[in-house]
Design a protein. Sequence first.
Lengths: 400, 400
Amino acid sequence: MPKISQKAIEMPSSPIRKLVPYATEAKKRGVHVLHLNIGQPDIKAPQVAIDAIKNLPTNDVAYTNSEGVSSYQSGLVNYYKNNNINLNVKDIMITTGGSEALVMVFNACFNDDDEILVPEPFYANYNGFARQTNINVVPITASIENDFALPPIADFEKKITPKTKAIMICNPSNPTGYLYSLKELEQLKEIVLKHDLFLIADEVYREFCYDGHTPISILELDGLKENAIVIDSVSKRYSMCGARIGAIVTRNNELISVLMKFAQARLCPPYFGQVAAEAALNTPKEYFEEVKAEYVARRNYLVEALNKIEGVYCPMPKGAFYAVVKLPVENADEFAKWLLEEFEYKGTTVMVAPASGFYSTPNHGMNEVRVAYVLKISELKRAVIALEEGLRAYKEYKNK
Amino acid sequence: MPKISQKAIEMPSSPIRKLVPYATEAKKRGVHVLHLNIGQPDIKAPQVAIDAIKNLPTNDVAYTNSEGVSSYQSGLVNYYKNNNINLNVKDIMITTGGSEALVMVFNACFNDDDEILVPEPFYANYNGFARQTNINVVPITASIENDFALPPIADFEKKITPKTKAIMICNPSNPTGYLYSLKELEQLKEIVLKHDLFLIADEVYREFCYDGHTPISILELDGLKENAIVIDSVSKRYSMCGARIGAIVTRNNELISVLMKFAQARLCPPYFGQVAAEAALNTPKEYFEEVKAEYVARRNYLVEALNKIEGVYCPMPKGAFYAVVKLPVENADEFAKWLLEEFEYKGTTVMVAPASGFYSTPNHGMNEVRVAYVLKISELKRAVIALEEGLRAYKEYKNK
């Protein structure tokens, strides 16, 4: 039979989804599995977006412009303006989710074997997108002891080679919930200008910043016209993960013009999703206030409860809806699997995402897991109890 | 400023869209442009599909399974069964249009610099997808004199090297409208088995076969379990180009399992589009009968009218809704541009797609254009008149 590609063999599996078969088995045994592993919010999409879909103006389901529906692009210009960012319509290219935005940017910016520096832990699929486009992610390790703040710039400098073409951050961060400060962003600006690099910021969690913190976009920094590339998405902002609508935002005209060739090859982003996303721009402010209040309550409950468990440490996230948590185990991959395969407490267990998949340095984050606080507090409570009991039982199991 | 990639520089522009700026200018001058250049049907999507969107069951716009909504996969198994093809749910992976299906297959099957043999002229974006995934399309030239039938198998044999990994066809063909016979497909089967190659068939125009011809899928051929990969899409079938829903269909289990890694990295195909596509499976038979009758009438009118013009030759397409037409000009690229820039007849001109963009052999198809019969007959009539007058005027212009 014909051989599959080397790229396919080397393509990493999703660390978030790889335990799914064990969860399925647990459910078959009648165990209730509480999902702390996924970033699928249980929040409803804004009614304005759903109404727009239900009131589709026409039966024409034609290709849209390759760069997206013009009126939606204009709407986004206005959205950014309200976020203190002045853009032109041509600076925004609508994509099929943030995922396609990343692949397009990687294709347009990087040659084979080029390197991008990324603070780790990072969103695990960056590895997959890098593998698909023949580039290498070079991790710069952030530490849980430092609450995952930007690693020292000297650590970036040390890793810069002639192959280095970009630095990429996720802000606020999936998986750590860390929110970069203006000072940290200025440091990144300095180093990308010094070495003539692109600065890519995945800002899809922009709306989810807590405790009065304001997110700062790299588009707000002066002097980065040619360097700054923002990856955006409606998936989390409006709880519309399934719409698959994202965007590339850059004032680099040359980049936009080559991106257009990739955009035209795949014809256009999804029409229905764009209808919903454009309408979602009119989501009332109260929607976000409610959603944020809910996430803050969940975060506060979860982080406090986790830190009360012996040997557990969870930094307080300032944004997004994830946290990376240190557990008193040697191998969180094994522990997470054990929770699904061997454990239950009063008919319940908990599923977490081992953090090792969010590091690209081998054997890093082995005692960490990512949790997402996308469950109601009542469910989070049950999940924390199951986790605490699980840790206790696992310790006994290991000492046997 | 940071440099864009070599890949981006080499990425071809869409031959279908590259004349668009000239058309825009013509429209600004008040000239009515009749579009024979695009494959955007003017047919409405089936009402059942639109109704499904308008009656969305929930406000949850969550990620679907990475391989697609299960009930839609099952629905497609049934669709294929009605087309005499027996499949399992796991043989079908839902994608973001046929475009993503092709990129995923190229990534999963081919190493850098691998070669795929493709009869030319072929769908121009194959070149772009190949460039994105670092593979090479090796064209096997079909000729208009032979109505674009499969080139002799000896021509394929001559081009097979250790790098050759697949043969790819589009059946019925965009841009030629050619429908491969069982005999031709059996020849392809023999050669792919002999050389252990994948056989990829883009069958998105399956429903559009005329004059009693029945399309034959490579999935109907015995012995190709590991080799056959079908690219499918709802874009043309239900006139839902904007839904961006396609599929990869293969009985090769290993391939499906590695495709899943690429599918999971990009999370899922669009949810709204899948809702519409699943509902569209219940499109009444009469819809297709009406649509086909309309296309046949358009095709018959257009092909007959074109062949009446002096020096023009248009083979009779058996499927899809395109034809490649030989014109009495030396350089159809120049002529097509001239039609938009310099010409009008009673306030009207016509836009065609130069066929050179559908060949990858340099300087092939220089006197050919692709036309799509996706306009009403009344419009086609005006387009043919404009083309005939254009050819006459262009001849005078060139002889000046």
